[in-house]
Each structure stands twice: as structure tokens, then as C-alpha cells.
Design a protein around this ligand. Sequence first.
Ligand SMILES: Cc1ncc(COP(=O)(O)O)c(C=O)c1O
Length: 376
Amino acid sequence: MLSYPPALLEEWMRLYYFAVDADIGSSGVSDSSLADVRALAGIGTDEMDAVVFHDSQTLGGTGVRRAVARRWAGGDADRVMVTHGSTEAIFLVMNALLRAGDEVVVLDPVYPGLGDVVRAMGCRLRPWTLSAASGWRPDLDELAALVSERTRMVVVNFPHNPTGATLTPGEQDALLSIVERAGAWLLWDGAFADLTYDAPPLPDPATRYDRAVSLGTLSKAYGLPGLRVGWCLAAPQVLERMTRVRDYTTLHLSPLVELIAERVIDAADRVLVGKHAIARRNRQAVQRWMDEQGGAITWTLPAGGVCGFPRLHEVPDVEAFCHALAREQRVMLVPGTCFGTPGHVRLGFGGSGAALETGLERLAGALRAARTPALV
Ligand SMILES: Cc1ncc(COP(=O)(O)O)c(C=O)c1O
């Protein structure tokens, strides 16, 4: 039995996600209803009524695999597996490709699921550190120094949760050369791939390097975390190894979920337009708000995704501050301790403008109170 560490981020979400008025901690855009999705993707009730709840295929139904392949995998559905969110894909890939003792380079900080599964499997982690002092910019020279012929896998996520940092196309090329030279696997988590601000989305590395495995999801840019659809693009032999693990866990997705996912992916550009406009507007609103806080909180403007990782400069215990903010002000942030980085918070700005405004206003009040010495 593998020994899994407590999933701190998930525990935090369990405590507060359903208990606050304003969620300014989550990493996705605002969620869509079935009615929104049906209207945007043109799914008729007759089509939904025609779904028969038979078993689906292990790698995903043909329709949804082809839709993923058309948009992200150069049309090759043989390289696609559809999963229960990218969380399942992370678990299957790690179990298919890693063994105890393997050396694995992982971004730090990182979305905890990416590091914790590797750690639980008994692999040796070598952190590729992003630092606040350099605006979370990935340092490719540092990566080159970390990767050697002993490296089994390099695990990255760009645009990055929680900092919003990303790579330029030139840096992505350099990363691929470093990994390829070592003959290592690359796990590229592209959960926020479709959410960039000043540059187009990066090309998917799984179409360029045979040992690259890339992950995507409808949970973040598409506002459908409750649909539970993600995917993995990889060589067919890798998908076959993942299948052996899936045969003991989830077997396959629901045909109804697959129908909705297929049609959303076919309508992806239409779905993204509105979400993207809100994200862009909210990102600017957070920047203006930051500028008004007198240096109590500062961040690096995210280049992608809908979260950033500001530092609270005048709060001695940021986790205690976040507990109090959730319980007393009903506003959820995520403390940096969930990412192994105390002193920071994950601030999400993908939700409605109204929730963001409420959340920021109450956060500003709590920061002022933390700064003011208690009256004796
Ligand atoms: C970088 C990253 N990868 C994967 C996931 C898992 O998401 P899901 O299982 O909903 O696709 C998340 C969720 O926050 C994430 O931020």
C-alpha cells in the first residue's frame, strides 16, 4: 500500500469551498450550467435522451477522442485517452511510467497532485524552483543543471498554478531539448493552456517529442470542473500501460459525459470567448486593487491561467489569516502552505466580477486590520 501524504489543497477546499460567499482562491473560470453549455455547444435534449447508458470504451468513446485529437493532437485519436479530470490522468501516467527510486524533476512550487503522487511512489524528487524574487520566471539554465541521464521524468505545468508564470515559445523549445537530450519522459500539464493573455497558447509538446505526455482538462478554462473530463495525449504504448491501471480503478467515463465533452470541445472557441473576456477584465481589476494596497500585498501579474501567488508582507501567519478570512469574512483564499510556500496566497480571479469585488473589498479590510496594532 502506497503512503499518500494529506492532500493539503483538497483539504482546504473541503473546509471552505462550500462555506464562503466569495471564492477568490480557486484556479478556474466561473462554472457553467448545463443550459449554458447546451446553448453554446448546440446540444439538443433529443440527443441527450438518445444516450444509452452502456459501458463506454476504456480509452474514451470514439466521438470524444476524435474531438480531443482534432483540437490538440494533430488529428491522431490513437494518441488520446479521455479521463475523469486530469487528476486521474496524473495518477495513471505516474503509475504507468515511474517506479520507486526513480529520479524525477518537478517544478516547485507546483500543483500538489503533481508532486505528491511521485513522492508517494517512493521516487526521488529534484525541485526545479521558481522564485518570487525573479517574478516566478522559469530558469532554463537551472533546469539544464538538474536534468541528467539519471532523470526518469520532468514534470511541469505551464501556465503555472499557482503563480501564473509561463514559458516563451523559445523557452519551451529549450525545455524540450534538455529533456530529449537526457532521454527522459516529459509530463506537461497544460490545464490552463487555453488561458493566455499576451501570447497565443504554446504548442502541445506531445505532438513534437515521442516521450512527452501532455494533459488537458475541461475544468479550468472551460468552467466545467463538475463534468470531470480531462485527457492525456501520449504514444499508444503509454496509453496501453495506463489502461492496465484504469482496469482496476475507473474503467471508463459515462456516455452522457462523453457526449457533452465532445460537443463542448467542438465548440471550444465559442465557449472560451466569454470566459476569456471575464478573466482579462478581472486580472486588470486585481492589478488596480493591488496598486491601492500600499505594499501590504504584491504580486507578479499572471501571464496565463486565472490565479496568481501574491505575498502578504505584513501578516506573520498567513495560514491563520486565511482561516480567519474564511470563517469571519466568508472569503476564500488558499494559503501558500498548501503549496509548500508560506507567506504567499493563491488568489483566483476567474469567477464573477461581483464575487471578486466582494472578496477583494473584505480582503483589503482584513489586511488593514492586520496592520493596525490592537488597541489596549
Ligand atoms: C495544474 C493542474 N493540474 C491538474 C488539475 C486537476 O484538475 P481536474 O482533475 O479537475 O482536471 C488541477 C486542478 O486544480 C491543476 O491546477
